[in-house]
Write a protein that binds this ligand. Structure first.
Ligand SMILES: *[C@@H]1O[C@H](CO)[C@@H](O)[C@H](O)[C@H]1NC(C)=O
Ligand SMILES: *[C@@H]1O[C@H](CO)[C@@H](O)[C@H](O)[C@H]1NC(C)=O
Ligand SMILES: *[C@@H]1O[C@H](CO)[C@@H](O)[C@H](O)[C@H]1NC(C)=O
Length: 414
C-alpha cells in the first residue's frame, strides 16, 4: 500500500515535471497551454522512437498522431458543403457556404494550412475526413458566405522546397480560370489568399509570384497572413530571443523545420541557432541584411534591450549546402522593395509569445514602406498556432479571439 502511494506520488511528480514549463504571466490559459505543449512534445518523442525503430519517417509518424488528435474536433455544419477534389492534380478540399440572399456570387479564400511544411494534413494514407483545419474552414465558409479552398499541398518528406510552392501555385491558377470560378459561383473580383505559419509562408510566396505577372497581378484582392514564417536569415530577432523556449514552437524546432524543408543536414541546427549560417563573413548574406534590419523595422517596445546576433565568423558551408535559406521564394521577407510595391492589401496577425512575431511585424513595416495598405493585428496574450485551438479540450480564449478578428477583417475587406 505504502509503496504504491510512493510510486503514485513519484509518477505525479514526474508527470508534473514533464508538463510544467515556466511561462510569462501575460500568456493565455497557461495550464492548458502547458498540457497542449506536453502532448505535442510527447508526440514528437514517440515519433522519433518510431523512426529509430525503423518503422517509418518520424515526420510521417508525427503527422499521423497529430491528425488522429485533430479527428476528435472534426467539425461539420449542415450549411457548408464539403467536397474533396483536385485542381490540376493538386488535392483540395472545398468548403462552400451558402450565398447571401440577393448576392448570387460568393467571395472566396484560398487557404494554405500550417504545420512546418510537413504536418497537419492527411493527404497520404488515411481518410481525408480526418483533416485538421476543417473547423476553421467551415467557420470561414459559413460566416463569410464564401467558398474556402483548402489546398492540400504535398508535404515533407514526400516532397521538399520548392514543390510545396509549385503545388499551391498550380491549384490557385486552376481555380482562377473563369469557368472554374463560374462553376463555384465565385466573384472573380473578391478572392483572397491566406494561410497560417508555414501556410502563411506559402501564401506570401504565391502572392509575390503572382504580383510579378501582369496577367495575374489583379486577380488576388487581398492576402491575410497568420503568424507567417517569412525568413531564415536571422534566428535571433528579438522575438526569437524572447521566445526561444516558448511552446509550441521553440527556436530549435522552427530551425529544424527549415532544415527539413530543404532536405538539409540536421547537424547544422545548433550553428544556425546562433546565426553562424549568416555570420558577417558569409558573402551571400551581406546584401540581404539591410532588408531585414530589425533595429530599424521594429518599434522600440519590441526591440527592448535585445542585441543583434551577428557573429564575425561562422560556418560558410551551411549557405553553400542550403542556398535555399536565402531564396526569396522560401523567405518572402527578403523581396526587393519594387516587388513589394505590387502586393495587394494585406492583413498580418502576430502573437507576442511567438518566435515568428518579428517576421510578421517586419513584413508589415516593409509593405507599409512600399505603399501597401496593411492591417497589423497583434495579440499580446497570443502564442504560435493559437488560432486553430478553438474547441474543447484545446479551446483557448485567444484562439477564439484571433479567429474572430481574422474573419471579421476578411468580412469587412473582401
Ligand atoms: C540598421 O538600422 C539602423 C538604424 O536605422 C542603422 O543605424 C544601421 O546602419 C542599419 N544597419 C544595416 C545593416 O543596414
Ligand atoms: C559558430 O562559429 C564559430 C566560428 O566558426 C565556432 O567557433 C562556433 O563553435 C560555432 N557555433 C556553433 C554552435 O556551431
Ligand atoms: C472551454 O470549453 C469548456 C467546455 O465547453 C468551457 O467550460 C470553458 O470555459 C472553455 N474555456 C475557454 C477559455 O473558452
Amino acid at each position: 500500500m505504502r509503496s504504491s502511494c510512493v510510486l503514485l506520488a513519484a509518477l505525479v511528480a514526474l508527470a508534473a515535471y514533464y508538463v510544467y514549463i515556466p511561462l510569462p504571466g501575460s500568456i493565455a490559459d497557461p495550464w492548458r497551454l502547458m498540457l497542449l505543449d506536453a502532448t505535442f512534445r510527447g508526440a514528437q518523442q514517440v515519433s522519433h522512437l518510431i523512426h529509430s525503430l525503423g518503422l517509418t519517417h518520424h515526420l510521417l509518424a508525427l503527422n499521423f498522431i497529430i491528425v488522429s488528435f485533430g479527428k476528435k474536433s472534426a467539425w461539420s455544419s449542415p450549411r457548408v458543403k464539403v467536397t474533396d477534389t483536385d485542381f490540376d492534380g493538386v488535392e483540395v478540399r472545398v468548403f462552400e457556404g451558402a450565398a447571401k440572399p440577393g448576392e448570387p456570387l460568393r467571395r472566396s479564400v484560398l487557404y494554405m494550412h500550417g504545420g512546418g511544411w510537413a504536418l497537419a494534413s492527411a493527404s497520404t494514407c488515411w481518410s481525408p475526413s480526418e483533416r485538421y483545419y476543417d473547423a476553421l474552414c467551415t467557420a470561414m465558409a459559413e460566416e463569410l458566405n464564401a467558398v474556402i479552398v483548402s489546398i492540400e499541398y504535398r508535404l515533407v518528406p514526400r516532397v521538399y522546397f520548392p514543390e510545396q510552392i509549385h503545388d499551391v501555385v498550380r491549384a490557385t491558377k486552376h481555380f482562377l480560370q473563369p469557368e472554374v470560378l463560374q462553376k463555384y459561383s465565385v466573384d472573380p473580383g473578391r478572392i483572397a489568399v491566406s494561410g497560417d505559419s508555414a501556410g502563411g509562408n506559402l501564401a506570401a510566396a504565391l502572392v509575390q509570384q503572382f504580383s510579378q505577372d501582369v496577367n495575374l497581378r489583379n486577380k488576388i484582392k487581398l492576402q491575410a497572413l497568420i503568424y507567417p514564417v517569412l525568413q531564415a536569415l536571422d534566428f535571433n530577432t528579438p522575438s526569437y530571443q524572447q521566445n526561444a523556449n516558448t511552446p509550441i514552437l521553440p527556436q530549435s524546432v522552427m530551425v529544424k523545420y527549415w532544415v527539413y524543408y530543404f532536405k538539409g543536414n540536421c547537424d547544422f541546427v545548433q550553428a544556425m541557432m546562433v546565426n553562424n549560417h549568416t555570420s558577417l563573413d558569409v558573402q551571400e548574406a551581406a546584401s540581404l541584411r539591410a532588408l531585414l534590419n530589425w533595429t530599424a523595422l521594429l518599434p522600440a517596445s519590441m526591440t527592448k534591450d535585445y542585441k543583434p546576433v551577428w557573429p564575425p565568423t561562422g560556418d560558410a558551408r551551411i549557405i553553400r549546402e542550403l542556398p535555399q535559406l536565402l531564396d526569396v521564394r522560401s523567405a518572402p521577407l527578403l523581396a526587393a522593395h519594387e516587388v513589394l510595391q505590387h502586393l495587394p492589401k494585406t492583413y498580418i496577425l502576430t502573437c507576442e509569445h511567438d518566435v515568428l512575431r518579428d517576421d510578421g511585424i517586419m513584413y508589415a513595416k516593409r509593405l507599409e514602406n512600399a505603399g501597401v495598405e496593411v492591417t497589423l493585428d497583434h495579440f499580446e496574450d497570443g502564442f504560435h498556432g493559437c488560432m486553430i485551438f478553438t474547441s474543447w479540450p484545446t479551446n483557448f480564449s485567444v484562439g477564439i479571439r484571433t479567429r474572430n478578428s481574422y474573419i471579421k477583417w476578411l468580412d469587412q475587406n473582401l
